[in-house]
Design a binder for this molecule. Sequence first.
Ligand code: ANZ
Ligand code: ZN
Length: 821
Amino acid sequence: MKYPFKEIESKWQKIWDEKKVYKTDLTKTDKKLYCLVMLPYPSAAKMHIGHWYNYGPTDSWARFKKLNGFNVFEPLGYDAFGLPAENYAIKTGVHPQDSTLKNIADIKEMVLKMGAMYDWNAELMTCVPEYYKWNQWLFLQLYKKGKAYRKNAPVNWCPSCQTVLAREQVLTDGSCERCGTTVIQKALTQWFFKITDYADELLDGLNKIDWPEKTKIMQTNWIGKSYGTEVDFSIEGHDEKLTVFTTRPDTLFGVTYVVLAPEKEIVQRITKPEFKEAVDKYIEQTKLLTEVDRTSTVKEKTGVPTGAYAINPVNGERVPIWIADYVLGTYGTGYVMAVPAHDERDFEFAKKFNLPIKKVILQDGTNENDELKEAFTEVGTMINSGNYTGLRSDEGIKKISDDLEKKGIGRRTINYRLRDWLISRQRYWGTPIPIIHCEHCGEVPVPEDQLPVVLPYNVNFKPDGGSPLASNEEFVNTTCPKCGSKAKRDVDTMDTFVDSSWYYLRYLNPKYDKGMFDTELANAWTPVDVYVGGAEHAVMHLLYARFIHKFLRDIGLVNSDEPFQRLIHQGTITNQGAKMSKSKGNVVDPTVFTEQYGADVFRMYLMFMGPYELGGDWSDKGIVGVDRFVQRTFTLFENYKNYKREFPSKDKYELNELNEAEKNIYRKVNQTLDKFSVELEHFRFNTAVASLMELINEFKSFNECRKDLITYTLERFAIMISPLAPHLGEECWQLLGNDDLIFENAKWYEVDKSALTKDVALVVVQINGKVRAKIEVPFDTNETEVKKIIYQDAKVKSYVEGKELVKEIYVPNKILNIVVK
Ligand code: ANZ
Ligand code: ZN
């Protein structure tokens, strides 16, 4: 019979649902296991292959753990706010709430078809007041602690999406992550969360979690902790100091000019009149560039002189002050001492503008007068450096820093690349910021008992600049909670990364109304044991969530330091080498395959395609193979229907009570079980699937086996296949004659370790003292048989044929020693 996947899959889904097998008892914390996938973003009504690839295998892993006795909690929800729904509304007129709710319904329908064991009691969506109320409450706690603040700052602005973007949302080519438009800089008053207060802890915490090394490195670089020294230069004819930040104080004697970030205010004060026009023009040009453009190593260096001069504090040298966009206003002090001989950017700049290049660190094995072809940036011997000449440059860093500190013209300092998290968005579809602006009192937080500040349904999505919420008078106009006079609400909404930075805590009881989440449950269930999701979230979501978790700990709401103990990134499934995307027209629709083959086949095929953490190029070539395997499994169990009733198995067999065929099967089953568990534990699904395919091939010899041993084998096979193909597994289990459900009662089988001994031996063939071949023979084969096999080997033949046999010594299962003349 053809495997009727449609019937069988919906049958088991219904039964699982009725029996509530996926409702996790969260009060039981013994062997708790919180298995989490990154919540989907319902910007489209369809689940794409990436979702399937994230959720299917992770669910298989969770099922495997459940069968191993863990109390598994596996929830799913929706990251429902965000730009795409709003952009769609602007284009089509469909309200974001309507399109989002519809997409969520569609996605859920597909997820249900996949047959994952999500605990739907935990389901949540972020766009409802019951959820986002707590974003607002969180905002107020951050505000109270001085960790949410407003400042005017140049920000990345997408002219098309009409909103601010976080640095992470600007792609490396300077375009908007969402729409591809070139991002510009704009000065705006915005809300920030002070993630920088946690910079050190966010770094140190990386040592305590089991995350991919690559991701830890990305976070480390993103935080960018840098030890250096601030050095005070004076400005000729001004009282003001110019403090530069350098990681290389050992190169102080090689400074030939100083560079200021063009946006720094001091530029206006020191620029000489003759230079003003060019300087102003350059400042305007710089405003169009993003940080990414400015720090690009391929972009040609530009800049203009200010006409002013700085005095080097160590040797009194007078050097010109320039402005250039490669110096950022937001890093260090915004001023740089330029040392072209030892810094690549300065070298390039000096070459272009004919500024002097002065060598002060000598590369080992070179001469002082050798021409520099590029900046020498490593350790060497200090030259032309006054009293420091002759020192190794790494010692020079310490010595010069000490001396600068003693003289009070410099100080050691630490800089971070990490910026505070800019959370204001000039968009509609998000959480309103719970702040009221009063003419008399300034910014006033909305009292907690007045939360939520509800997002109104009616707004003009496309105002001419500014936030859509400003168009709803009823929303905007309010009274000041402090003085009672007329006041206005903040009209910006929060970055949706706020929503996803604590959702895993809310899953534990999404209806909880006494607080943001239930602390008792959170303490029992966090950190999340395994978190699975895309590597593209390495710095944004995964850093923000760590920050918020630590903040929540500091205000006493959780007792763990980290949100996610173990992190797995599934690989990306590409199509013809490119990431699947609508714009490239290379999206593969999973429903084509689930309709034709069913969810189990599709899930198993995705797992079989290749190593989970690598991903790879999509091809449907192998799916028929997996389909055949499923069909074969089904037919097999139909053939042995009710075997468990008629021929109950023993828990364990003694090898010497079995015949050769039985022994072989018994060994193979136990070996597979052993290997399968290890592979699955480590998310190596492809090899796990392969080991089952291998095992089923052994069943040819069932006709030589006692029937209860067939039951023994099939029971284990059904249990092993069930995490990978849950519906099929359950069906096979039932066919075999079980009354209970795998995912309700069944347990993983224990391996009979005594059956793991090898069933083949690798015999080394030595001829006249040299190893000439290694030949596999069945374990414990008698000597005559072994010799017969070995002498048939072509290589062995070539050494012994036509020669006289002098001696043969056989060490069972190990060596055959041959001496010939
Ligand atoms: C002089 C020097 C000489 C430097 C030398 C390097 C090599 P990290 O490691 O990233 O902290 N710098 C400082 N502030 C900057 C800014 N706002 N924009 C662009 N560049 C800035 O880099 C620190 C180095 O980057 C500093 O050390 C400074 O150049 C530059 F042979 O000072 B250095
Ligand atoms: Zn007021």
